[in-house]
Design a protein around this ligand. Sequence first.
Ligand SMILES: Cc1ncc(COP(=O)(O)O)c(C=O)c1O
Length: 448
Amino acid sequence: MAETVSELERYLQLTGKSKDLWEDAKQYLPGGDSRNSIFWAPYPIFVDRASGCHVVDSDGTDRLDFIGTMTTLILGHSPKAVVDVVQQQLQQGVVYNAPNAHQIRLAKLLCERIPSFDLVRFTNSGTEATLNTIRAARAVTGKSKIAKVEGGYHGSHDQVSVSVRVNPAKAGERSHPNAMAATEGLGDGTLDQVVVIPFNETAIALKTLEGNKDDLAAVIIEPMLGSVGMLPATAEFLTMLREFTKDNGIVLIFDEVISYRAASGGAQEYYGITPDLTSLGKIIGGGFSIGAFGGRKDIMDLYDPTAPGGPRVAHAGTFNANPVTMLAGAATLDELTPDVYRKLAEMTEYLRAEILKVGAELEVPIQVTGLGSLFGIHFTSDELVGYRDIAAEDAAFRHQVFLGLLNEGILMASNLVGAVSTEIGKAEVDAFAAALRRVLERALAPST
Ligand SMILES: Cc1ncc(COP(=O)(O)O)c(C=O)c1O
């Protein structure tokens, strides 16, 4: 407990200007920001500038960025390939009231790389992307309910704001989780529309799904639980979902907003399991706001305005497929060759090994999860199967480590998930491991 205070004290000493900005921000923005997912206690740092894998806060502290805007910046901050095309486009208009050719290039790249993509549509966020996959699934099946796993995050619209970071004490049995509201303000009946299954518990989940098969339009799943802890699904679990949905005329949706980092064809390529629809976001916009959804032609055709009678599913968005985002996304994907994916995965594997080494030397139980360039640090030797295992970890200790890493010049997500960019090399990984070692040594030191 004394050491928690000590990391906190160090943090307070280092972040005075951020604190002033936060106090100022709170006068106009509830809680001082517009994104609750990146708030941490006692207050977050305010970023002044960033470049490559470095982020500099308002107090002038330079930190290594091991999260890249919640996994988005796979090439680091302001990569030249992206900045050049965006600067050029800014001279030619930012957004038009008619289509632009750049979206064809990004659409083609995605359709060529992602196994499930016959056709794709762009949005401005991953939230809009998952919303559209679910709406399309309902339209094509004529059914309404969806199934999702406990702990799965799919953005902030009503239908998926169910059973995300639940309190296990209130959420029913692990094997039969209750549908829990992730926010106040959901519409009446929202919870009744969602069947919640436990992640990676194949037989139990199948039983629940079988019991609801006549009502389900879709099963939506992150092939790797992303923001809650970078926990990959087992191939067995995903295979069960694929077979169950296929056998019962239910749409299988992979939400690859984060897991698309796993391989150039996403986690679906990694696992060799092709869903009917897929939602994307984050890296495919090169740092600009984006989402995309795509999949089977017969489903995506529901959006076709040239169909007799017009599109069966409405889809609009003032900034959808704007040229700046499309160019930034295509420039990013152009850089992401198979060789780059291989190097990213190797560097992340080196990071995982170095973290484990620190844990072994200091006798702190650590597991490092994740796929490709994504990783999550877990301080437990218990088997990590699903959300409840992550929720059982010591939250106070994790927060102490997070603040400690900030104090040591490392930025991750506050729940210790991270992402490696192409700007991160061996030197940065070694710096990460050394920082973690110092933080854990302080945490283990007897309190005075
Ligand atoms: C798996 C997943 N789906 C959907 C979303 C929502 O994306 P956005 O924040 O762009 O709305 C996120 C965001 O973190 C995500 O991790």
